[in-house]
Design a protein around this ligand. Structure first.
Ligand code: C2O
Ligand code: CU
Length: 479
């Protein structure tokens, strides 16, 4: 599997195309039907399933009647959903049709660092990049987005983001609603600030970066989805650059969370609120009754603040938004009950772990801003690591680690809540608080190509709250 710059040529349709759809009918007044990103087509050549993505400018009606200049992958805004199975070898022919360099990072994917699509794999305008790797992880909702150092926030804000779904065919996965676009809906959250003429306001605000009052789902504001089943699975991605969502339903009823960043939880978790910081994903099952709409909302997010210091600030989190209205048809098909056991999550490995500390402050980690020429951490294949990540600010940060998923050992010294007890790749670090993570880096020793860890509030990442690690072989082996 190589990750060389090349000519990302042929657009190559074969294989699967878009998912199904619930039959239409008039929608509720003032809403537009939720767009469902198409499933990306692929073509298999010599055992590699190739997808094609073209980063390009476009125009989209984010709000009705305004045509907004945007960026997207192979479409005007956002990108198609890539979907593949565990064990498959996939490749992506990426072509950059933008006027400046970008990159494409496979967030949450375990893969060689040279294929990771981080700041060291830029794609020049009109150039291509063709990473290829074998999927070696359980079913999960992953995503892809740009990662050019210093421009990640702006490129993502303009609309470069898409989902990458991994399937593994396990019984729990197929007992959950799984008909793409029908009872299994992608929900990509992004917020925008629109100027009066419909263009994106791209002025960074101190503290909140590129954040706006127009919150979109799959690229539009004011979305509704018709539903024909009594359960619907939402694969929610916080694809915003800086906004934290505190998700819940308008009737304050419960929903079941079934998966987090790295795949299924051990068991479903009943929740009324779920905090999702930039980069995090959650799969939830929402129950519906015929004729009774329920609406996914974001409520003001009460992130813990250090006593006596007032509310935490530094990310957009205080407002309330309607996100997606679910409109059940008059007759609903009955779905399968959510299995009470979903996945086996082994206990975290901490014995003889290498301990490291990461202090997030200013726009630095451990006092240093990101330096493309500096390797901050050298980890060894299969040697357990325990990372203590401290947020010395009274403001919101989170922490994302490339390559392998981690397990949260504790949050502010206490056991993680059940929604954080599965495999994670991005986790909120409470203001003036800390998290401890257990991670083991598997395979892909390569001392020359680093992976990244960083705050996923993209303004912070662009400003330097990022570091680099390499994975080396045992006893100094390099491959
Ligand atoms: Cu989602 Cu290093 O990124
Ligand atoms: Cu941050």
């Amino acid at each position: 599997a190589g990750c060389v710059a090349g000519t990302a040529g042929r657009a190559a349709p074969d294989g699967e195309s878009g998912g199904g759809a619930v039959p239409g009918g008039p929608g509720p007044a003032g809403y537009r039907r939720l767009p469902v990103p198409p499933l990306a087509e692929s073509r298999t050549e010599d055992g590699v399933r190739w997808f094609t993505l073209e980063a390009r400018p476009g125009r989209a009606d984010i709000v009705p009647g305004k045509s907004t200049p945007t960026w997207g992958y192979s479409q005007d805004l956002l990108g198609p959903t890539l979907r593949a199975r565990t064990g498959e070898t996939v490749g992506v022919r990426v072509r950059n049709r933008l006027p400046e360099p970008t990159s494409v990072h496979w967030h949450g994917m375990h893969l060689p660092a040279a294929c990771d699509g981080g700041p060291h794999q830029p794609i020049a305008p009109d150039a291509g990049w063709e990473p290829s790797w074998t999927i070696a992880q359980p079913a999960a909702t992953l995503w892809y987005h740009p990662h050019p150092h210093g421009s990640t926030q702006l490129h993502t804000y303009r609309g470069l983001a898409g989902l990458f779904l991994v399937d593994d065919g396990t019984a729990a996965g197929t007992a959950l609603p799984h008909e793409y676009g029908v009872d299994d809906l992608p929900v990509i959250l992004q917020d925008k600030k629109l100027n009066a003429d419909g263009t994106l306001d791209e002025r960074n605000e101190a503290g909140t970066g590129l954040t706006g009052p127009t919150v979109t789902v799959n690229g539009i504001a004011g979305a509704y989805a018709p539903v024909a089943t009594d359960r619907v699975r939402l694969r929610i991605l916080n694809g915003s650059t800086m906004r934290v969502y505190n998700l819940g339903l308008d009737d304050d009823g419960e929903f079941e969370m079934v998966a987090s960043d790295g795949g299924l939880l051990a068991a479903p978790v009943r929740l009324r609120r779920l905090l999702l910081t930039p980069g995090e994903r959650a799969e939830v099952v929402v129950r519906l009754q015929a004729g009774r709409p329920r609406t996914l909302r974001s409520f003001p997010a009460p992130l813990p603040a250090r006593k006596g210091r007032g509310p935490s600030a530094g990310a957009a989190q205080g407002e309330e938004f309607e996100l997606l209205r679910l409109d059940p048809r008059p007759q609903l098909r009955a779905g399968t009950a959510t299995p009470s056991a979903l996945a086996v999550i082994p206990p975290p490995v901490t014995a003889s772990a290498v301990a490291r500390t990461f202090e997030l402050d200013g726009n630095t980690i451990n006092g240093l801003p990101m330096d493309m020429e500096r390797i901050d951490v050298t980890a060894t294949v299969d040697v357990p690591e325990v990372w203590t990540v401290t947020n010395t600010h009274n403001r919101v940060h989170n922490f994302h680690v490339h390559d392998n998923h981690f397990q949260v050992l504790d949050v502010n010294g206490g056991p993680p809540p059940p929604e954080l007890a599965g495999w994670k790749d991005t986790v909120s670090v409470p203001p003036s608080g800390s998290v401890r993570l257990a991670v083991v880096f598997r395979d892909y020793a390569d001392p020359r190509n680093p992976y990244m860890y960083h705050c996923h509030l993209m303004r912070h990442e662009d400003d330097g709250m990022m570091g680099q690690f390499v994975v080396v072989g045992k006893g100094g082996r390099t491959g």
